[in-house]
Design a protein around this ligand. Structure first.
Ligand SMILES: [Zn+2]
Length: 409
């Protein structure tokens, strides 16, 4: 059992944030046992984070582990960027030493950024995915991890035969699905152009039979959308996925920038979830997320870094970009905080465990060195946090009560 003394900022919903000054947070067996006003008599032995702001650990719903080292390699469109930077780098993860070193570097960086839950793509090799799972398991990370699947229209070094790619993914699912209550496998067809109908159908059938997770990309870049129309007989991009059964309640669709109303209605009908990656979208000049229409259609969305097209793992930076990259629709700081914490937890169906700081939830916490912000109210602190929080140092990150990053004692 351990007790932290700190100041708690925690989301209530997408418009309200709670700020509690000078609290004692008691952690026992990985969970938050109790939260109470700090009292030196009742809580004589504490870990002092009284110069920090304590937040729920951040949730990144879309990140490519295998692209961590190529952040910032500029190419102002998706398809040439994939060919020139991504595919050669992902090919390096076919070797175990490279894949392991990269996984260790990546999870350490996630912890340093205060991210405690991540939904991850690895390079399209079982060894790359295996190294990611092993590292996540050893460090205690909370994650969905999947091996990127491709069986057509990409570099030969990254392609697999359809049945082989499916078998490899199912083997990884079987190994990791029940191995830990913090880890699960997510089937990861990269995007429609590099996946044959047989592959998409195979993934969807298996996911339906096992209630498994799926993640993919949808409607990101104009050239990509034209390519999908050429490859799949003119169907809209969302309809292509739906034709093969990919759109399901446990399907995470990254980007969703150029969707028609008809596609939005289809996604709503299937109850698939959307991951908005604003930093990435503007790095690759993909376009602006149609926030007003997404809201009108009642679609469920939260945020992802999309590293390596996203430039940083900092989810506070992504929250800022969510505001900055919305030119027509209002994005309030409380909404931005919600999309990287409780809103993302709701989207995953994990809000009973993570996403806010409450007794009974898992102790997934981040302590930010924020002495200059503490003497204020919830609204002003949340605003400062969203617009300059990415400059604050992360003193400590906990997942399930275990310290995964520590910059000060
Ligand atoms: Zn991506």
């Amino acid at each position: 059992m351990k007790i932290y003394r700190s100041h708690i900022l925690s989301p209530i919903d997408d418009t309200n944030v709670q700020y509690l000054r000078d609290q004692a947070i008691t952690i026992d067996a990985g969970s938050i046992l109790r939260i109470e006003d700090y009292d030196p008599l009742r809580n004589p032995k504490i870990i002092d984070r009284s110069d920090c702001l304590c937040l729920p650990g951040f949730i990144d719903l879309h990140v490519h582990l295998s692209q961590y080292r190529i952040r910032g390699c500029y190419e102002p469109a998706l398809l040439p960027w994939l060919k020139r930077h991504v595919f050669p780098e992902e090919a390096r993860s076919s070797e175990r030493p490279y894949a392991l070193a990269l996984a260790e570097e990546f999870f350490a960086a996630l912890a340093m950024a205060g991210t405690t839950t991540a939904v991850i793509y690895t390079a399209p090799f079982p060894i790359a995915c295996e190294m990611a799972f092993q590292t996540a398991h050893e460090t205690g990370y909370r994650a969905l991890i999947g091996m990127t699947m491709m069986d057509q229209n990409s570099d030969a070094a990254l392609l697999g035969e359809t049945r082989t790619v499916l078998r490899q993914s199912i083997e990884l699912y079987e190994k990791w699905h029940d191995a830990s209550d913090r880890l699960d496998y997510i089937f990861t067809p990269r995007f429609a152009p590099t996946c044959s109908p047989a592959l998409l159908e195979g993934v969807a059938d298996y996911a339906a039979a096992h209630n498994a997770w799926i993640q993919t990309h949808l409607s990101e870049n104009p050239d990509e959308i034209i390519w999908v129309k050429e490859l799949f007989d003119g169907d809209s991009y969302a309809e292509v996925y739906d034709r093969y059964g990919v759109l399901r309640p446990k399907t995470l669709l990254a980007h969703c920038i150029h969707l028609s109303n008809r596609e939005m209605k289809l996604i709503k009908k299937r109850d698939a979830k959307i991951v908005h990656c604003p930093d990435s979208n503007f790095f690759l000049k993909s376009g602006e997320f149609p926030l007003a229409r997404i809201r009108e259609h009642g679609l469920d969305y939260a945020l992802g870094s999309d590293v390596g097209a996203g430039t940083t793992l900092s989810m506070l930076y992504q929250a800022k970009m969510y505001n900055f990259r919305s030119s027509l629709s209002r994005v309030d700081p409380a909404d931005a905080l919600y999309r990287i914490t409780l809103g993302a937890a709701h989207l995953l169906g994990w809000s009973d465990r993570v996403g806010s700081i409450e007794a009974g939830k898992s102790a997934d916490l981040v302590f930010l060195e924020a002495a200059s912000l503490l003497d204020s109210n919830a609204e002003d602190i949340t605003s400062a946090l969203i617009f300059r929080g990415h400059e604050l140092s992360v003193a400590e990150t906990l997942i399930n009560g275990k310290t995964v990053h520590l910059s000060k004692n």
